[in-house]
Structures are given as C-alpha cells and as structure tokens.
Write a protein that binds this ligand. Structure first.
Ligand SMILES: Cc1ncc(COP(=O)(O)O)c(C=O)c1O
Length: 340
C-alpha cells in the first residue's frame, strides 16, 4: 500500500520535524489530543527519594493516552475509506477508538471482557459503538474479535497490531523533548500490556536521535502486574503461559500473550531498561498515595508504574539523583473505585 505522510509541522509543531501517515490534512480527525502537561510530583519524589515528573496522559479527550494512537489510526482508516471496524480492548482503547470512530463516521464493534469496569463500557456505548461483551480473560476478547472480523469481512483494526497507532503514540516522546527543552529524563517508567505507549516512545525518541536532536534515548522501563507478566518473564528467561494469568485490578496491562512481545523485549534491551512486576497490594497502595499525596486520581493500571518505580529505586536500578518521568496513562474515574 502506498502511504502518504503529512508533515507534523502542519499540526503546530515548533522545531523538530516528524511525519504522520495521513495523506490529506482534512482527514486528520484531532479531538485536541496530546500536548499534555508535565508536572513535578514533589511529595511522591520525597517519599521515594527521587526526582519524579509525570506527563498527564489522562488529560486526553477520552481520559487516557490511547487517544494519541486512535487519532492517527482512525484518520488513516478514514483516508482509506474504511466504514466499519472491529477492535478488542480492556476498555480504554475501546472508548478512545469509539470516540474517534464517531467523529469519522465509522461504525465500530468493540470486543471487551465482561468484567471491564462499567464506566469504560458506558463510555464505549455512549459514543455509539456496538459493544460485544466476552466472558473469560482479556485474550478471549481478542480471539472473539478476530473471529467476528473474519466471518463478517470487516477490517480488524487492532490498536495492538496497527503501525498507525504507534505513529500516534510516538508524539509522546516528541513532546517530552520539546517541553523539557531537550533535557530528557534519565528514566521513563511505563505500565505495559501490549506496549503501544512503550513502543511509541521508543519510535519517537529514535526519530529524534536519527535527526541528531538527542544523543541518548532515556532508559525505558516496563512495569507489569505480578498476576500477568509475560514480558517480565520473557526478559528474565522464565516460562510464561496463559494458564499463569491471575485476576488483577490493573486491567489495562492484563495481557497474557502480547503480540508484540519480541519488539518490547528488544526495545527493553536497546534502551537498557528493566522490566519489573508489582503486586496487587503495591498497586492499591500507590493508587491511594497518588490521590492523598498529590491530588491525582489515577487508574490502578497507571499506579502500577509508580509501584514499579519505587522498586527500581529500592534495587538501585534508578539512582536517587536520577530524573524519572512516569506517564499517568488513565483517569481514576474510568475504573472501579478503590476500597478505602
Ligand atoms: C490506563 C492504561 N495504561 C496503560 C495501558 C497499557 O497500554 P499497552 O497495552 O498499549 O501497553 C493501558 C491499556 O489498556 C491502559 O488502559
């Protein structure tokens, strides 16, 4: 397929150049995603003994970082005159893709686990997408979506497979470069299920390096829940199978067999990052700490990255003098409320 690119300078970029895979400027269906602020979290920094900044990804239009990917992926599909798509999601990507599909006039079928948080399922429905609730683990929704797409000849527009989605999430890295005036953090700690933000960050920083803007890419660390940790297991040479999956409150990273596992482990190696797993109690503790120490109500999935950062500092993989950036990937109101 011949893909045309627009220059992202057209999207109000200052300075560095990147390109987005959309042939017509008018097909770019932005809802104002991206350009999220970076805020220093001094209280959390004092707690863990490090310099912590967060990029407020929950401030995207549907409340999660997924809007970065959806904006580009759905715009590219619109460019190709696609009118109906199938997607599977733990909730946030489904809500995001439903929103952008509504704007594009594309009919979306979203397959999600029947156990997904109600606010996310309501959000998918309110945008007008057709929700298909699937019993079982997160991966069962993927299987059901693929079967439905194939048997009905509808494009399977998986955000976990589409290269266009990563073209959107890469802007996360370009913004960090722009907003930190080139003084990149030493470490970026990301909650990873399928790796769409993790791989997007790598792509964005790699572009900046290729263009000579930066010499070194920050260490990209991958955090998973102990209940679902295929990437952590692969990175440490341990066996992992779908039978090992246990329930977790971090639904966004509950991906038992991520299709891009090899890519994620390659990026971990190249960026000299570490993968770390965290317990359910650690995730709960950090969700509450973010709220009562910094006034930030974040999803358990996002809290996992803070729990992981504490462990990376404790094990001296991150030194106390290092700078750390943690994306807050999803808004707390979208998930089940924590037990107080
Ligand atoms: C809030 C939140 N954070 C992080 C992730 C992980 O994203 P990915 O599966 O692309 O690694 C998700 C995925 O659903 C999410 O909803």
């Amino acid at each position: 397929m011949d893909i045309k690119y627009i220059d992202a300078d057209l999207l109000q970029w200052n300075g560095n150049k990147t390109y987005l895979p959309i042939s017509e400027r008018t097909n770019y269906l932005s809802l104002g995603e991206g350009n999220t602020p970076i805020v220093e979290l001094r209280n959390i920094g004092n707690l863990v003994g490090g310099q912590i900044h967060s990029k407020m990804e929950f401030m995207n239009p549907t409340g999660s970082f997924k809007d970065r990917g959806s904006a580009i992926m759905i715009s590219a599909l619109k460019d190709m005159n696609v009118s109906e798509i199938v997607e599977d999601s733990s909730g946030n990507a489904g809500a995001s893709i439903s929103a952008y599909s509504a704007r594009a006039g594309i009919k979306a079928h979203i397959f999600a686990p029947s156990t997904a948080p109600k606010p996310k399922l309501d959000q998918i429905a309110v945008y007008g997408a057709q929700t298909h609730l699937i019993e079982g683990a997160r991966d069962d929704s993927t299987k059901a979506a693929i079967l439905y797409a194939t048997s009905n000849s509808i494009p399977y527009a998986s955000h976990n497979l589409s290269p266009f989605f990563i073209e959107g999430t890469k802007l996360f890295a370009h913004e960090i470069y722009r907003d930190m005036n080139g003084n990149l953090p030493d470490h970026i700690v990301i909650p990873v299920g399928n790796g769409s933000l993790f791989l997007g960050a790598w792509k964005g920083f790699s572009e900046l390096k290729k263009q000579g803007h930066i010499n070194q890419i920050p260490k990209l660390h991958c955090i998973q829940a102990q209940s679902v940790m295929p990437i952590v297991s692969a990175a440490s040479g341990k066996k992992w199978g779908s039978d090992d999956v246990k329930p977790t409150i971090a639904g966004g990273i509950a991906v038992g067999s991520p299709p891009r596992l090899k890519q994620v482990t390659r990026v971990l190696k190249s960026s000299t990052g570490t993968s770390m797993s965290v317990s359910e109690n650690e995730i709960k503790k950090w969700q509450l700490l973010l709220a009562n120490q910094e006034g930030l109500y974040i999803e358990p999935t996002s809290a996992a990255a803070f729990a992981g950062t504490e462990k990376l500092i404790d094990t001296k993989i991150i030194q106390k003098s290092d700078s750390v950036l943690i994306p807050i990937t999803g808004f707390g109101l979208k998930d089940n409320p924590p037990e107080l």
